[in-house]
Design a protein around this ligand. Structure first.
Ligand code: HEC
Length: 139
C-alpha cells in the first residue's frame, strides 16, 4: 500500500503536458481560437483534483472509505476510528492548515505522509477532503 513519492509521481498525471498544450493552442498552433487563459488554470486545477482522487483511493481509502465516510475496510480495527469527512461538524471544526498538518505528520493510528507526498499533493488532498463535506456557505 505504501507508495513512494516517485511511484505516485509516475502513476499520476502531471499538469505540464496540459499546460504546454494550452500554451501551444493559445499561441495559435492550430489556427483554433484558444480558450481564455483562465480556462488553462482551470484545466490545471482539474488535473490536480484527479491526482488527489487517485492518491486518496490508493493511500487513504482503506481507512477513510472511498467517499470519505470513515468506513474503509481497515477502519473497524482502528481506535479511534476515522471521522467521516462528510460530517459538517468535522469540516467546520478544522482549518485547512490543521487538515494538512494531520496528513503531513499523521495522527495515531494514522501514519504520517510527509515522506511520501509533496506539499502540492497534500494541498490537493485537503481540497479533495473538503469536497466530501456539505457545500460551504460563504461567511
Ligand atoms: C491506517 C489508516 C489510515 C490511513 C491509511 C489514513 N488515515 Fe487519515 N486518519 C485515520 C484515523 C484513525 C484518523 C483519526 C485520528 C484521530 O482522530 O485521532 C485519521 C484522521 C485524518 C484526518 C483528520 C485529522 C483531524 O484533524 O482530526 C485527515 C485530514 C486525514 N486523516 C487524512 C488522511 C489522508 C489524506 C490520508 C491518505 C493520504 C489518510 N488520512 C490515510 C486513519 C488513516
Amino acid at each position: 500500500m505504501a507508495k513512494t513519492k516517485q511511484a505516485a509521481a509516475r502513476s499520476s498525471p502531471r499538469p505540464w503536458p496540459f499546460l504546454a498544450l494550452g500554451l501551444w493552442l493559445g499561441s495559435g498552433g492550430t489556427g483554433f481560437r484558444a480558450p481564455a487563459p483562465a480556462s488553462v488554470s482551470r484545466v490545471a486545477a482539474a488535473v490536480q483534483q484527479s491526482e488527489a482522487q487517485a492518491l486518496f483511493a490508493s493511500l487513504c481509502a482503506a481507512c477513510h472509505g472511498s467517499v470519505g465516510a470513515g468506513d474503509g475496510p481497515a477502519a473497524a480495527a482502528l481506535r479511534p476510528r476515522p471521522a467521516s469527512f462528510k460530517d459538517s461538524l468535522f469540516q467546520v471544526g478544522r482549518t485547512d492548515e490543521q487538515l494538512a498538518a494531520a496528513i503531513k505528520g499523521g495522527k495515531p493510528p494514522m501514519p504520517a505522509f510527509a515522506q511520501q507526498l509533496t506539499p502540492v499533493q497534500i494541498r490537493a488532498l485537503v481540497t479533495y477532503i473538503r469536497a466530501f463535506g456539505p457545500p460551504r456557505r460563504k461567511p
